[in-house]
Design a protein around this ligand. Structure first.
Ligand code: GRF
Length: 209
């Protein structure tokens, strides 16, 4: 019986770059660790390396160029394309554009993002650089629901990562990225299995049935 907790299975991934998190999601889907499968990848940039990863995996890979398009029009087109593939969960994986409220309302509570810091610390660009420059001893990765703000949505999962004495941006980024790859499929699965209940800012995670 369809219900409010009906489980989504079809995942669309939005990228702008190399797509290592996309790869983690595709791999998890293939290995039965996602509770769903990646059915389409969309990039706003034709140069995104992740497009080739998608093709290698046999996943349709679309380029939807944002240049010259009004934000509202772009997002409307994006929602239509995802709809054509029956996408129920949208995962942002290095997608560099902010999404409009209209897009988010097309996928209510169904848009996830991965961010390379322990939010709410260091939102926005170059989170790893921000962490190093601030001098924190611990940073990490966050998977959160996307709302209209910049990296402000309710948090599903986080993993802490130590900052080592001799870290530079590359070494810290690489360590955090490994955490992202562990975290993102797990978080997506929780949502796909209908195990998340959002209560204000808090996301309650229920035990598996
Ligand atoms: C990741 O660090 C992610 O947290 C951030 O952008 C980067 C994307 O990397 N939002 P990749 O394209 O998934 O390799």
């Amino acid at each position: 019986m369809p219900s409010a907790t009906m489980r989504a299975r079809r995942v669309g991934v939005l990228i702008s770059g190399r797509g290592s998190n996309l790869q983690a999601l595709v791999d998890a889907g293939r290995e039965g660790r996602l509770g769903g499968e990646v059915v389409v990848v969309v990039s706003n940039l034709a140069s995104a390396g992740g497009l080739e990863r998608a093709r290698q995996a046999g996943v349709p890979a679309l380029v939807l160029d944002h240049r010259g398009a009004a934000r509202e029009d772009y997002d409307a087109e994006l929602a239509i394309r995802l709809g054509e593939y029956g996408v129920e969960l949208v995962c942002l994986a290095g997608f560099t554009r902010r999404l409009t409220a209209a897009f988010l309302s097309a996928f209510p509570g169904r848009v996830l993002n991965v961010h390379p810091s322990l939010l709410p610390a260091f939102p926005g660009l170059q989170a790893q650089r921000q962490a190093l420059e601030h001098g924190v001893r611990v940073s990490g990765a966050t998977v959160h629901l996307v709302d209209a703000g910049l990296d402000t949505g309710p948090i599903l999962l986080q993993e802490a990562v130590p900052v080592h004495e001799d870290d530079d941006i590359d070494t810290l980024s690489a360590r955090i990225l490994q955490a992202e790859h562990r975290l993102y499929p797990r978080a997506a699965r929780l949502l796909l299995e209908g195990r998340c209940r959002v209560e204000g800012r808090r996301v309650r995670i229920m035990d598996a049935a």
